[in-house]
Design a protein around this ligand. Sequence first.
Ligand code: ADP
Length: 261
Amino acid sequence: HLCQVTAIKDEHGQVNSWISSSTEIQQLKEEEEKQEAFLKLVSHELKTPVTSIKGYIQLIQSMTGKENEQNKTLKPYLKRVEDQVERLIHLISEMLDLSRIEQNELELNKTEFDLNRLVEEAVEDICYTNQEVRINIHHEDEFQVLADRNRIEQVMLNFLTNAIKYSPENKHIDIRIFKRDKNSVGVKIKDHGLGISRKDRQHIFRRFFRVEGKNQDTYSGFGIGLYLSNEIIERHNGKIFVKSKVGEGSEFIFTLPLNQN
Ligand code: ADP
């Protein structure tokens, strides 16, 4: 048996205790593995019933198509149930992704596609459900990338949802797709919302990190989105940059290598 001394860090990366025996290390490892297995099990088990609830809601919605008094009263309630179920589905898929990353099971299905088109589709999607939002897209060129289209769409939607969520008043978003250098393309998502302080900017890509304060109660979320986006972009050999000023807004940029063929 080797005797090691190991620092135990909390989720903020601070060392809060030291352990020194190999059995303790073994126990901790087992505990961590159990937690990961639990996360995987729970998210898988939740996915099936919630997906089935969504199916039934859609069925009921199609049955209340006729314009009579009772259906008119029911419709807004059904819409609310549908929205809440969507939120649950989103959360469960974030938990599943988290578990995939932790178990090194996140697979990328790379294909070649036009990045401008993907951004436009994500914007159309977002505008369909958020009609009070104004989004401008600016691009100079066509950009072909070799990447996992669904995963990049997930990243794009995550930046857009955050830009809207953390902009309580001015929901005006600018997007720019630009050639960063001869090998890479950048996508900039700029909002005019709350902004993020320099101190918080250092932590926002950590899992479960959320800016403290009124933020926490007012805006729903679990602090997983940016962690996942960062992992996805890094696995494509890209990078994420953030600039921000409290009270003025934030700018997130993600980059991807260009497909040169
Ligand atoms: P969530 O939004 O679910 O909390 P994220 O990982 O997407 O999780 O973001 C982490 C935190 O970073 C958020 O809780 C929020 O405080 C901050 N944040 C992210 N995007 C923005 C933005 N565009 N403007 C201001 N704050 C942001």
